[in-house]
Design a protein around this ligand. Structure first.
Ligand code: SF4
Length: 399
């Protein structure tokens, strides 16, 4: 390891001990056209080598850590067989202990999530599933190139219910040719199926995806902005009427079921991360593993870290990022606590931006909390960029 790589895996000192760990499993049956996550499709022969490489990366930890949340994301972690999942969970369990009442989430897709896999997850302490449903409209599922049907999605939500008591469902809106009626129907059905948590994301066309190319060739036409906005408003209205609290820009939860793992990110606290493409934040340093799955595996089979980026965050950058992530939560940022933590006022980071957005009604201060207004949520990305304009990136969000 180089000196800087050694720093990345340096053990956190007490006082700033991470409360969360993220593990990335980079395998899927096929790559959906809109997806730019770190993964390989139809390369299952790599799974045993991946498990060994992950074990080697986890072995950089010199002791067993107690954490409040464990999150296994992907890719599709449940693409692994029941035997491979068992090995994965055992290896994680050798290094991390979930504290009493902790949250242990695994992402899963409706296709292939059989009872054997569900039983393995529960046996190893998993108590929350995040299901990639995306839509209950067959046509929308086809456009998104999903591999499951509406009926499979409904069946898996019902079956998963008898294994875990905390279910999250991911949905996507703003899909080409999707109507508001179709989106309403999906929202009503999800409300009937009553998961504890729903994440609703607007479709994005990320550079490098096949959707990006198809959009530029005119083969996929994004829904107009006003329709996407109406869909977001519909989600807020319908999910709100069904007892979900809108607690973060894209996330809705029944009382007591907000994602504890994501709250660690949104609070700009430290966290561990392992696996290709995984981003960690330890000792004030944000580092991201290589997104090249084969390079990451080959490196760790030789006990060599393969990093994509290392950012040693200045105090100012840490403060800016805390604004960026903190404003995502509907309760916003406690201005007094912010000042105590970063030894500067939030306004001093960007006085002009601060005043401008307050004046235009995109931000508001209420009971000492700075937050986005309903109107501000529609332009959240611009607000974040304006607060972040001198700093780097943030990645690692889960659902
Ligand atoms: S199943 Fe999920 S992770 Fe896999 S390719 Fe599709 S969107 Fe990406």
């Amino acid at each position: 390891m180089t000196a800087s790589e050694t720093d990345i895996y340096r053990q956190p000192h007490s006082g700033s001990l991470p409360r969360a760990v993220y593990i990335h499993v980079p395998f899927c049956r096929h790559r959906c056209g809109y997806c730019d996550f770190t993964l390989v499709a139809r390369r299952d022969e790599l799974i045993p080598r991946y498990l060994q490489a992950l074990s080697n990366e986890l072995s950089t930890l010199s002791s067993v850590y107690d954490v409040e949340t464990i999150y296994i994301g992907g890719g599709t972690p449940t693409h692994l067989s029941a035997v491979q999942l068992t090995e994965l969970l055992q290896r994680i369990g050798e290094h991390f202990r979930l504290t009493a009442g902790g949250e242990f989430t695994v992402e899963a897709n409706p296709d292939g999530l059989d009872d054997d896999r569900l039983a393995v997850l529960v046996r190893h302490g998993v108590n929350r599933l995040s299901l990639g449903v995306q839509s209950f409209d067959e046509k929308v599922l086809q456009t998104l190139e999903r591999e499951h049907s509406r009926e499979q999605a409904i069946d898996v939500i019902r079956r998963a219910r008898s294994f875990v008591s905390n279910l999250s469902v991911d949905l996507i809106f703003g899909v080409p040719d999707q109507s508001i009626g179709s989106w309403e129907e999906t929202l009503k059905l999800v409300a009937d199926l009553a998961p504890e948590h729903v994440s609703a994301y607007g479709l994005t066309f990320e550079k490098g995806t096949t959707f990006y190319g198809r959009r530029h060739r005119g083969q996929l036409v994004p829904v107009p902005d006003e329709i996407e906005r109406a869909m977001y408003q519909t989600a807020m209205t319908l999910l709100g009427a069904s007892g979900f609290e809108h607690y973060e820009i894209s996330n809705f939860a029944k009382p007591g079921f907000e994602s504890r793992h994501n709250h660690v990110y949104w609070a700009a606290d430290h966290y561990f991360a392992f696996g290709p493409g995984a981003a960690r934040y330890l000792n004030g340093v944000r580092s991201t593993n290589s997104r090249n799955v084969r390079r990451w595996i080959d490196g760790w089979l030789r006990h060599q870290p393969v990093l994509q980026e290392i950012d040693v965050l200045s105090d100012e950058t840490m403060a800016r990022e805390a604004v960026f992530v903190g404003l995502r939560r509907n309760r916003g940022i406690d201005l007094q606590k912010f000042e105590q933590r970063f030894r500067r006022s939030l306004k001093s980071l960007a006085p002009r931006v601060f005043d401008q957005y307050l004046k235009s009604g995109m931000l508001e201060v209420s009971a000492g909390q700075l937050r986005l207004t309903d109107e501000g949520r529609f332009v959240a990305d611009s607000v974040f960029v304006d607060f972040l304009w001198t700093s780097g990136r943030f990645c690692g969000e889960t659902t």
